[in-house]
Design a protein around this ligand. Structure first.
Ligand code: X8Z
Ligand code: ZN
Length: 617
């Protein structure tokens, strides 16, 4: 799947197009010869073929595990992972013999990508490999099945257990301090049982990464960006530094509004904001508290949630809405199998991993979406996000497997979000989800605030998750201070504090899907910055002149053509080249996101004048 466990980035999609007939003949020839007799080109051709079969098997097992969590599906998923991990370890070992040979650029790149495709490589030791695969599957299932069940009191019937749906809904809608704190606490009980498994998982995956030639798993993750790992860490910090001032301004304004609601003794000037007050279990996106911070009440109608409900949207219709947008750019309709095989809403009868993800099961056209959609704008945007992954997979399906991936993982995460930037009030009015869209200054600031609560608020979160994991993998954070270090980073970057006293009996990082799911997270920080660069480039291609935040590329064939050309290149070239083709620059850069939010930035400066912004480190 894209953005999840087995492979970094898109599950090495697309190898695929190997129909059995195509695959059979060369496989037999090559199989008959031991690896040391193959030329590097032959070796890569064989990898592209064999890896595809194993990835397909793992994706099928992963799909069933995630959509039908039981002990059996967990076991089958672990077995399929184990086989893939074993194959990649052996292949990486075999590939060493080509190290000193002169290779074509494409072959050299394929061998480089082979070593970077896994999000957790296994040790060569078979028992350890099996254990790593089991732990990965168990962490995934434990998160997916996680719920809070109140212990039954004497004589009373047990209350129904609460899943992430109910607890998220409390965080989004309640404005009662105690209720918010309690819902937050409940969700953070689900990760306690993961703590020991996670620590062992880290030990084993690090061992695998070292055998692959990296200092630890964090260094391996940081090596996936066509630059040395140290340079990448510096690059991520540079990019974050470009946007941190805007985050700090938003934080200052929101804190002041929350203090009005909850009292200055709970939300104090110069102090971090209690994490349960921001509308989201992880305080990662704050859009749900828009009503508490709306700059100009009544200046605009941005209630798309209400419109979706009033117009009786359901999950299928929301996906059709997204498909229609992509169609307006020249993307193809989703195949019939998408509609038959996707899981769009939470099934009533079984545990599933509700965290949204995009899958390409046969690495060709069998694309699927797995999510538990609600009828609201957040789900609608998630659908656009996931369709971005699927259209990327479809676009590069003719690349050899090792190139059938995003230019880097941040590209993969940015595609659908780029499209959502075109869901301007004018576009939403056109499709009937907003009435009387206004371009007044007040309406613009309202709209920008709404966007910033999700996009700008996310930035420090996008930075800190892997900051924590990089230090965990490097041994700088140990199980003895997992939780203390987590909250130190939450405080440093987000300026939020733990709702309740925490201890090392807790494992709060594990309550965020990507930690048990072992999905690298810096990709989302990169995606946030890149999506504005892509948006600007597409607006230029569409011939748009005007403020960036008012541009929608809906219906532009030329923007669609340029976008699809980028997607089709997959990972075949180093990402700066791919970026340059679309945007004219080889660097990721926050200038476009800052340009987009310029009206809000100026407004926040006025609002925050005289405030004590920032927080004690
Ligand atoms: O995990 C996701 C997607 C799947 S790749 C739903 N996202 C991150 C998250 O939810 O934490 C999208 C935004 C950030
Ligand atoms: Zn994603």
């Amino acid at each position: 799947m894209d953005g999840a466990s087995a492979w970094r980035g898109a599950a090495f999609a697309a190898l695929a197009m190997i129909s059995t007939a195509q695959a059979a003949a060369p496989a037999t020839t090559l199989h008959a010869r031991p690896p040391h007799e193959l030329t590097a080109d032959e070796f890569v051709a064989r990898l592209n073929r064999e890896l595809g079969e194993l990835v397909i098997e793992r994706e099928s097992a992963g799909w069933v595990e995630d959509t039908y969590i039981t002990a059996d599906t967990e076991l089958l998923a672990a077995k399929a992972s184990e086989r893939l991990l074993g194959y990649v370890s052996q292949a990486a070992e075999d590939a060493r013999r080509y190290q000193r040979q002169a290779l074509s650029p494409a072959t050299a790149r394929a061998l480089l990508l082979l070593r970077q495709g896994l999000s957790a490589p296994a040790p060569r030791d078979a028992a350890k490999r099996a254990e790593l695969a089991r732990l990965g599957a168990r962490l995934e299932a434990t998160y997916g099945a996680g719920k809070y069940c109140e212990p039954a009191k004497d004589g009373a019937a047990a209350a129904p257990c609460q899943s992430i749906d109910e607890l998220s809904a409390v965080l989004a809608t309640s404005r009662d301090y105690a209720a918010l704190t309690e819902a937050w606490r409940r969700w953070h009980t689900i990760s306690v049982p993961m703590r020991a498994d996670y620590a062992r998982f880290v030990t084993l995956a690090n061992e695998g990464a070292r055998e692959f030639g990296y200092t630890d798993l964090g260094a391996m993750w940081r090596s996936g960006y066509d630059m040395p790992p140290e340079a990448f860490a510096a690059e991520a910090s540079r990019l974050y530094g470009q946007v941190a001032p805007l985050y700090q301004a938003l934080h200052c304004y929101v804190r002041e509004r929350l203090a009005r609601r909850y009292g200055a003794e709970r939300v104090a000037p110069g102090q971090p904001i209690p994490a349960q007050l921001l509308g989201n279990l992880w305080a990662q996106e704050w859009g749900k508290i828009y009503d508490l911070v709306e700059p100009y009440p009544g200046a605009s109608d941005l209630d798309t949630d209400g419109a979706l409900r009033a117009q009786h949207y359901d999950a299928v219709r929301m996906v059709k809405n997204a498909e229609q947008f992509y169609g307006s750019l020249g993307f193809p309709p989703l195949p019939a199998s998408f509609w038959q095989r996707s899981m769009l809403t939470r099934p009533r009868d079984r545990d599933v991993v509700c965290h949204a993800s995009a899958w390409t099961l046969d690495l060709k056209d069998d694309v699927r979406l797995k999510m538990c959609a609600e009828v609201d704008t957040e789900s609608l945007k998630t659908i656009y996000h996931e369709l971005g992954h699927l259209y990327y997979d479809l676009a590069y399906q003719d690349q050899p497997l090792l190139f059938a991936n995003g230019a880097h993982d941040g590209f993969h995460e940015a595609i659908g979000d780029t499209i959502t930037l075109s869901m301007t009030p004018a576009y939403l009015e056109r499709i009937g989800l907003v009435t009387g869209a206004s371009r007044s200054r007040e309406a613009t600031i309202n709209q920008q605030m709404k966007q910033a609560l999700d996009k700008i608020a996310f930035l420090p979160f996008g930075k800190l998750i892997d900051e924590w994991r990089w230090q965990v993998f490097a041994g700088e954070i140990t199980p003895a201070n997992y939780n203390a270090a987590w909250w130190a980073l939450k405080r440093k970057y987000q300026g939020v504090s733990a709702p309740l006293p925490r201890s090392e009996a807790d494992f709060d990082a594990g309550a965020k899907y990507h930690v048990p799911g072992n999905t690298p997270y810096t990709r989302y920080l990169l995606a946030l910055i890149l999506q504005f660069q892509f948006h600007k480039a597409l607006c230029n291609a569409a011939g748009y002149h005007g403020p960036l935040h008012e541009c929608s590329v809906y219906g532009s064939a030329e923007a669609g053509r340029r976008f699809r050309a980028m997607l089709a290149a997959g990972a075949s070239r180093p990402w700066p080249e791919t970026l340059e083709k679309l945007t004219g620059t080889r660097r990721m850069d926050a200038a476009a996101i800052n340009e987009y939010f310029a009206p809000l930035a100026a407004w926040l400066r006025e609002q925050n004048a005289g405030q004590r912004c920032g927080w004690d480190g």
